[in-house]
Write a protein that binds this ligand. Sequence first.
Ligand code: NI
Length: 165
Amino acid sequence: MAILRICKYPEPVLRRKTAEVKKVSEADKRLIEDMIETMKASGGVGLAANQVGVSRRIFVFNPSEEDWRADALINPAIIKRRGTEKTEEGCLSLPGISAEVRRYKHILVEGLDTNGRHVRFEARGLLARIIQHEVDHLDGKFFIDRINPLRRMMSLRRFAKEGAG
Ligand code: NI
């Protein structure tokens, strides 16, 4: 296992839409292990493949701080959404800044697990938020794209001054 370099805003790979995974390969499985290791080392709760420079539709997540149960989802699709709430969010690709972002409270998500098996589950609270944030990454979006333009400009100015590097 290895700790990978996390790409930072505004590296172009973060803005590109990632490619669907046709078949979960051994290389994908190794990537997932490395992404989990990298997320753990960075103290993150989620990490998308394009954040480590790989433009494939894969993310890892760990919603539980006490009980380390990181998992991966491949080709994720949110198929139902219900209720919204605004909560503070940050991102490993935008260190040093955070903002309140409106997200759905409950979602129904489907995709493939690490073994290529189809999975479908309901998520709420922090897990639902992580999944929406990571699916955004896979579509080339950042959480700051979901806040008002003035706040975004101020956040990016702060990031350019302090967060980069
Ligand atoms: Ni992020």
